[in-house]
Design a protein around this ligand. Structure first.
Ligand SMILES: Nc1ncnc2c1ncn2[C@@H]1O[C@H](COP(=O)(O)OP(=O)(O)OP(=O)(O)O)[C@@H](O)[C@H]1O
Ligand code: SF4
Ligand SMILES: [Mg+2]
Length: 331
């Protein structure tokens, strides 16, 4: 078992986490089919650490983020937060106590906000839900949060509506809302991908500053490997529900070991003049993992697959040295 999983000082530790979705089937069909959206995912994050999660559309990034925050319930596996398993606490007081310590920032800030509510209501809502402070105290938290994300002076923003703001300002409101309850762990799901390129860096810088100030752990979901390089100490790569590689970001980008990561990096130019790679074509296209076979998920597209890969279970993530984990029999 990887030692990132057994580390005892980790803030959040995930062990063999899976989520299966039943596929809508015909009314009289007796066979149930399942999408294995996330399967056997294990890793750990320390306080103050940003872990990137990258991979093609549909590989299970958002599902992983929602599982970690218990916005959805896992099918299997464990999620330890401060050593306590939160994977299967039922809805109620304990789940609410957990959710008080974690927050999600979504890709589309507009969609995650009620357009009829003022910024004050939007930012104060988690405080009200968790009964933190009184009215006066909450107004102060809202003002401080607005100021902290650069929406100043806060009085001029508090009673405005989301539609009056630019995309970048709206994402700052989403961040203000997330930090109001002083969470310890944030999942940021492609928080800058819908913003103009010119304002992305400002939002990324803000998140890194907040990480520092609050010693926040963060799972940063992105398609963009250049963004991952800027934001994350470690980077995880997913393929069809499986984590196939995890390691220090530069190490994964400069010295990818899994055949899928190699192909992914060769296909996407990562802005760095020292990067020169031959493009490695991946045959076939990504599909949905419906009732997948137990052998390696990448087998149908893998350029270096052997019979052994097909005759054995999906390979476990193994440390190939210095915390560079890879799930492949041929590395
Ligand atoms: N609520 C749901 N019901 C059924 N299937 C779902 C549900 N949510 C996600 N899926 C499926 O699970 C798989 C993983 O989806 P997920 O949204 O986690 O991928 P993603 O990596 O976030 O993709 P993207 O980069 O497009 O955001 C996909 O095959 C998706 O169709
Ligand atoms: S285990 Fe085999 S099929 Fe899977 S990625 Fe490695 S070489 Fe390819
Ligand atoms: Mg997603």
């Amino acid at each position: 078992m990887p030692d990132t999983v057994t580390a005892t000082d980790a803030l959040i530790k995930v062990d063999n986490l899976s989520k299966y979705y039943p596929l809508a089937s015909g009314l009289f069909s007796r066979v149930r089919h399942y999408i294995h959206a996330v399967e056997g995912v294990s890793f750990a994050a320390d306080a103050g650490e940003v872990i990137g999660l990258a991979g093609e559309s549909g590989c299970g990034k958002t599902t992983t983020g929602k599982l970690l925050l218990r916005l959805i319930a896992p099918t299997n596996g464990y999620i330890y937060f401060n050593g306590i398993d939160v994977a299967r606490i039922p809805s109620g007081g304990k789940l609410k106590a957990y959710r008080r310590q974690v927050q999600m920032i979504f890709q589309d800030p507009y969609e995650s906000m009620n357009p009829r509510k003022t910024l004050y209501d939007i930012i104060a809502e988690p405080l009200a839900v968790h009964k933190i402070g009184n009215i006066v105290g909450r107004e102060q938290v809202v003002a401080d949060s607005l100021a902290r994300v650069g929406l100043v002076p806060p009085e001029t923003f508090m009673f405005r509506y989301p539609h009056e703001l630019s995309g970048g300002q709206r994402q700052r409101v989403a961040i203000a809302r997330a930090i109001g309850i002083k969470p310890r762990f944030i999942v940021a799901d492609e928080p800058t991908s819908m913003l103009d390129v010119s304002i992305r860096t400002g939002v990324m810088k803000l998140l890194l500053e907040l990480r520092q100030e609050y010693n926040l752990a963060m799972l940063y979901i992105t398609h963009d490997l250049a963004v991952a390089r800027y934001m994350c100490e470690r980077l995880a790569i997913m393929y069809l529900g499986r984590m196939v590689e995890l390691g220090p970001t530069e190490e994964v980008l400069q010295n990818p070991l899994h055949p899928y990561t190699k192909a992914l990096i060769s296909a996407v130019p990562v802005p760095d003049p020292t990067f020169k790679r031959e493009a490695i074509p991946i045959k076939g296209s990504i599909s949905r993992p419906v009732d997948p076979p137990s052998y390696c998920r990448f087998y149908p597209r893998c350029p270096v697959a052997t019979d052994y890969c097909r005759e054995n279970k999906h390979p476990p993530l193994e440390d190939k040295g210095d915390g560079h984990y890879v799930a492949c029999y041929n590395v």
